[in-house]
Design a protein. Sequence first.
Length: 288
Amino acid sequence: MDDIRLSTLMDLEKIERGIFRGQSWDLGLPALFGGQVLGQALSAAYATVDGERFAHSLHTYFLLPGDAKTPVVYDVERVRDGKSFSTRRVEAIQNGKVIFYMTASFQTVEGELSHQHGKFPQAPDPETLEPDIRFYEKNYEHIPASLREALIYHKPIDTRTVHPGASDSASDTTDIQASRRIWIRAKDDLGDNLKLHQAVLAYASDYRFLTTALQPHSISMSDPRLKIATIDHAMWFHRPVNVNEWLLYVMESPSGGNSRGFVRGQIFSRDGDLLASTSQEGLMRLSG
């Protein structure tokens, strides 16, 4: 088995100036996991930015499904380098086709006008919750053989869902609100490299995000009628992040319709600091 550390996944090969290549993980999904492209594209952009600047936002579009068995090439355009901000545009390419666009902005550290109104919600401590991967390990014999090996690629991020029954089961109607809370933490030792922590958090920000919009409809991801895919994804980094510590990811879907679902999220430190915000829109279509 190849190295499955997230730090390795985000360590891109430099092909030439502004062009990088990243390896792919097959998570057992119908297409390449969007979080991988988010994290690797941010890593590629970071490789072209002055070391004193940090990413504060990224805006992306997913154009074509990616192939989880094929590496991804990232072409970084240096759009602007100003006194305080830098802007980069990244194309993700497979088989000669652009599958994804990202525009990312980087800023020097400044310390004025700080506030927070985002409120840390009530949630049980992560140590009191069973890791989500444990459910799949307990039901290993019932998982198709083609997906069993993919389980190992889910282990680098420890996810623990608050009330997982309400989030995952189409037959559980105890809570059909379009909201979800999960604790997340990287199992790799990521050191104190903020660039790597942000890339890994971008990776994890796509975990179970769009499926939050399915909850009011009691539709399972395994429903053969369902076609679901991310259209766009945005992320804002408000404060430095440490993904080796437990972070609470709070998700909600305020709207859905016309075969699209919209979700937004807030990522808090255990101490209640709002570290990042996310939003995403995706295709949700039933056939037949």
